[in-house]
Ligand binder design. Structure first.
Ligand SMILES: *Cc1c(COP(=O)(O)O)cnc(C)c1O
Length: 466
């Protein structure tokens, strides 16, 4: 077996938070009481929580110190000026609109620019981006590159399909398209990066047809790292230089700063179009807050001003991306098939391939997620037929996602390599008795986003409750 080196941490620990593993008997009780829905577990009953990397970051000593400097003035706070200067510096945009998280930035932007029946094109929409487009009467269209769907590794599986983009614009006309977006990294295809070559190609097409081009840039620093590491010509450039080249190619950005903002809450819009800035801020005063705080406290803005730079630190990024790769390798060696290469923020297990005895309609991913909690107090999340297989309101048919996956997201700077070794040991134990894992059926569900609240029951291969 290949020995894998764990990534070396570019930080030491100053403050600790105790976590506790309940006994197997207690875990059984908790997961039964939660009706086999991991969203209904209390965080205190979980030992290692890999549900998401969003808002779960451990702040640095410098961020905690900055928190005390928060200027809570209603208008024109010093903290806003710090935040604004940081965003201008990194993203090269003049106008900066703080928001309390990514989806509120989406709400403001799409309410202002999307006309009923217009398209929003994206490499792949994140679910709130898709939801906000639909909510404003827009039509979200995903144009992922062909490699995104293949099992073979490729360096930039997050790219947009340039040929399809050009065809779509020529077929529908530029006026039918509200904007083109690139999500970096491409969250919905596994945190896979987008190459600089692809960024320039998308930008050129948008400029040719005069279509606004925006980034959904929650994980921009991770994307810059992949460009530096894997794209010819970028090895000697700094992360700041790569970020500058990235954002000079676009008209503006929307960011959920709960990811590469290294913060627990926050987001923003940044752009150069003054007229659009005015329209956005008129709406924002009604729904989000005054333009110099935007639903955040002054202290949150201070934390972000520090965090956005920390996310671009090369030692940190090398550790971050290598920790994901290291963890992926451990899970593979434990005997679970994963999506390769590992992306920027999570390891995805192919639960459909791992549990071939459980059909998609009995949710193999959910079965595996429940077993991770049972076996080791680990929380992971199903991304498959339970999350996406509900009824499409437009067609009335159950939708079928391409794969039955389980996502293990890595919170930033939170868990040590030893914690990931532990999760891999749990994975190895599950491999030994995988044939005994049951399927599940839903006993109660809500019409939208059912996975958050539904109740489930274990079933045997014939679908009978066990
Ligand atoms: C998290 C995320 C969002 C939504 O942001 P919230 O802060 O959760 O509202 C939008 N786009 C992408 C790519 C994301 O990862």
């Amino acid at each position: 077996m290949k020995r894998i080196n764990p990534p070396y941490e570019p930080h030491r620990i100053k403050s600790v938070e105790p976590i506790h593993l309940l006994s197997r008997e207690e875990r059984e009780k908790k997961i039964t009481a939660a009706n086999y829905n991991i969203f209904k577990l209390d965080a205190a009953d979980i030992y290692i929580d890999l549900l998401t990397d969003s808002g779960t970051t451990a702040m640095s000593a410098k961020q905690w110190a900055a928190l005390m400097l928060g200027d809570e003035s209603y208008a024109g706070a010093v903290s806003f000026r710090h935040f604004e200067a940081t965003v201008r510096d990194i993203f090269h945009k003049q106008f900066v609109i703080p928001c309390h998280q990514g989806r509120s930035a989406e709400n403001l932007m799409f309410s202002t620019v999307v006309k009923h029946g217009q398209y929003v094109l994206n490499n792949t929409h994140f679910d709130t981006t898709k939801g906000n487009t639909l909510h404003k009467g827009g039509i979200p269209v995903d144009l992922p590159c062909p490699e995104a769907a293949l099992d073979e590794p490729a360096p930039f599986k997050g790219n947009m399909d340039i040929v399809k983009l050009d065809d779509f614009i020529r077929e529908h006309g530029a006026d039918a398209i509200a904007m083109v977006m690139l999500t970096i990294t491409n969250n919905s295809v596994g945190g896979q990066p987008v190459s600089m070559e692809n960024i320039h190609a998308v930008s050129d097409i948008c400029r040719k047809y005069h279509i606004p081009f925006y980034f959904d840039c929650a994980r921009f620093a991770e994307n810059c790292y992949f460009v530096k590491r894997d794209e010819p010509g970028y090895h000697d450039k700094s992360i700041a230089e790569i970020a500058a080249e990235t954002f000079d190619a676009c008209d503006g950005v929307l960011m959920s700063a709960k990811k590469d903002g290294m913060a627990n809450i926050g987001g923003f819009i940044a752009l150069n179009d003054e007229d659009l800035y005015r329209r956005l801020t008129e709406l924002m005063i009604i729904v989000e807050g005054f333009p110099t705080y935007g639903g955040l406290a002054g202290r949150d803005l201070e934390v972000l001003a520090v965090g956005l730079h920390e996310a671009m630190n090369l030692d940190y990024l090398a550790y971050r991306i290598n920790q994901v790769a290291y963890f992926g390798e451990l899970i593979k060696q434990a005997g679970m098939p994963i999506v390769e290469p590992t992306g920027g923020h999570a390891v995805f297990i192919d639960a459909g391939a791992f549990l071939p005895h459980i059909p998609a309609e009995q949710f193999p991913g959910q079965s595996l997620a429940v077993e991770f909690y049972r076996e080791g107090g680990v929380r992971v999340v199903e991304i498959g037929s339970l999350m996406f297989g509900d009824i499409d309101p437009e067609t009335g048919k159950a939708q079928t996602p391409p794969k039955e996956l389980v996502r293990m997201a890595l919170p930033r700077r939170v868990y040590t390599n030893t914690h990931y070794n532990y999760v891999a040991e749990i994975a190895a134990k599950i491999v030994e008795h995988k044939k005994n894992l049951p399927g599940y059926k839903i006993t109660r569900q809500s019409p939208l986003l059912r996975h958050f609240t539904c109740d489930l029951k274990a079933v045997n291969p014939k679908g009978v409750t066990v």
